[in-house]
Design a protein around this ligand. Structure first.
Ligand code: HXC
Length: 510
């Protein structure tokens, strides 16, 4: 009996070494952890249960049969994060560069199937070169199976991808179909084809960092939702994110104990909005003062910074915050901001996370750059996303809500449940200057008349009261009491249900 147990241990030890000590050392030298070290940091201590440790590939082409490594380049299984179940896979770069073979794909598919069946998220840690070239169409078919499950699981369980090394081909396309992608600075890259292929095809000389580094994807392409300085910080942050996510689409968001009083007043909010309507203020300050313990997990912090998206909690339960940011481009809605917020709103709606929207928006950004890049369609994405969302929706207008952007930003007309305005709110088709120039064109040459008309317009339209008279605003509230009003609103909306007209699915303007 003893030798049987020893044999098991010997085999396990072998599998744990992956591609061997030299490749593990090379991984460390590049500032990266191994697949198993990463899982140890991601999951609660001793909670990881591994599946398919002894799976090997079956390929015989190009001498592949002489290189069979138990586990075949991916570590899969399940564990817990702060006690809540999660399915995981971590690509092992030390084995064929983490590339995907037929059997490697079967391992990932197994946990994707379990996740959908048992209702728990999937987190993938990627550090891999895509389809295993030696396996030809078998590896492409393997990816097809993984992609298919990414799509089937979308909206059923949250899927999170963490890019922790150079990733190409299928190892970027599978993440692209998950809910969130995070990267590690300086050691992770994402591209369809690497710099060498780029050079051959387009004669462009680019480094991996320029082509698909964390900075590019988290601030320019918006492929990534965030970037962290190293593996350890990235995995700590994923644990933090996980605490905000429900396990599946049938569950309410998790509830964590909090010592932050729900009735906490914030007198400083009464003076957050400056008297000068053209002066910016930091909307992040408002979110920090509303959320439990000021805890805000921002999504896409460095992309389209004119809108803020991210998770926080009210009374211990997750909410999604969407807020115009007056500090950047005066909080205007443009192509990037619309796409960013629409995707976030849709995630929250998939997973029963209530939406809290703070509005200070001067309108849509005009100009050829925006129009030629499709602002009509991109802006419509956000309008569509807010309207189709059936989760509890509470909106607070802090200052400007002008034009179409008023409608878009979770207005009453877009099925928001509770619409509050601060006394500083200005709900109108446009600001005073533009309005007066158009409707009083005949007075344009008379500064005195224009000043009087402007005053008249401001007094009449740049307030919350016309909207409140019509019931588009449910209540004009004191800024200091906003947290309590939102919390009470969420209590009231706890059992919200909206009957839906039957349809197969909608057709959001993609
Ligand atoms: C087999 C691979 C591999 C692959 C890397 N390796 N990628 N083996 N199939 N796809 C192996 C290398 O041969 C090497 O083995 C080891 O992994 C480490 O790779 P290096 O190149 O030394 O590492 P590095 O310089 O860091 O470069 C990493 C890399 C590069 C950027 C990922 O290896 C690369 O460009 N690989 C090919 C990427 C690619 O074109 N994949 C196919 C995509 S098509 P040794 O034994 O020498 O250490 C695809 C289709 C899916 O995925 C469908 C999409 C829609």
């Amino acid at each position: 009996m003893k030798h049987i147990l020893q044999e098991l241990e010997r085999r396990r030890q072998g599998a744990r070494l992956g591609g061997g000590q030299a490749r593990i050392d090379a991984q460390h030298k590049r500032g990266k952890l191994t697949a198993r070290e990463r899982l140890e940091l991601l999951l609660d201590p001793d909670s990881f249960e591994e599946f398919d440790m002894f799976v090997e590939h079956r390929n015989t082409d190009f001498g592949a049969d002489k290189n069979r490594i138990p586990g075949d380049g991916v570590v899969t299984g399940w564990g817990t994060i702060n006690g809540r179940m999660v399915y995981v896979y971590a690509k092992d770069f030390t084995v064929f560069g983490g590339s995907l073979s037929e059997t490697h794909a079967q391992k990932i598919c197994k946990i994707q199937d379990m996740a959908m069946q048992n209702g728990a998220p999937v987190i993938g840690l990627l550090d891999a070169g895509g389809a295993r070239i030696q396996e030809g169409v078998s590896s492409l078919a393997g990816y097809g199976e993984v992609f298919k499950r990414n799509v089937l699981a979308s909206g059923v369980v949250p899927q999170v991808s963490v890019i922790m090394g150079p990733c190409a081909g299928g190892d970027v396309y599978s993440p692209a179909m998950t809910d969130f992608i995070f990267m590690v600075r300086d050691t992770s890259y994402m591209f369809i084809t690497g710099p060498e292929v780029v050079k051959t095809v387009t004669q462009e000389d680019v480094t991996p960092e320029q082509l698909g580094g964390a900075k590019v994807h988290s601030s320019k392409s918006s492929v990534a939702d965030g970037a962290y300085e190293n593996d350890v910080v990235a995995l700590e942050e994923i644990r933090r994110l996980y605490d905000f996510l429900p396990l599946n689409n049938r569950e309410k968001p998790p509830h964590w104990p909090t010592t932050d009083s729900v009735k906490r007043e914030e007198p400083s909010l009464d003076t957050l909005v400056p008297e000068n309507p053209n002066k910016p203020y930091d909307m992040k300050e408002l979110i920090a003062k509303i959320a439990d313990e000021g805890d805000f997990f921002e999504i896409q912090e460095n992309f389209a910074r004119n809108i803020l998206t991210g998770f926080g909690r009210i009374e211990g339960a997750t909410v999604g915050f969407v807020a115009n940011q007056p500090m950047v481009l005066a909080g205007v809605l443009d192509n990037d901001a619309s796409r960013k917020a629409a995707r976030f709103v849709r995630f929250c709606d998939c997973f029963n996370i209530p939406l809290i929207t703070f509005v200070d928006v001067p309108g849509f950004l005009p100009g050829t750059a925006q129009e030629h890049n499709g602002i009509i369609k991109h802006g419509a994405k956000l309008l569509f996303a807010f309207t189709e969302a059936t989760v509890p929706k509470i909106t607070v207008i802090t200052r400007k809500a002008y034009g179409g952007a008023y409608d878009v930003m979770a207005s009453k007309h877009m099925r928001a449940d509770i619409n509050y305005a601060w006394p500083t709110a200005q709900i109108a088709v446009m600001g005073a200057k533009g309005a007066v120039e158009i409707i009083f064109r005949e007075d344009a040459k008379d500064p005195e008349k224009i000043a009087a008309r402007t005053k008249e317009y401001e007094a009449r339209f740049l307030t919350p009261f016309i909207a409140a008279q019509r019931g588009y605003i449910d209540e004009v509230i004191l800024p200091r009491g906003t947290r309590w009003r939102i919390a009470r609103g969420l209590r009231m909306l706890k059992n919200k249900q909206i009957p839906q007209i039957w349809k197969k699915h909608d057709n959001i303007p993609l």
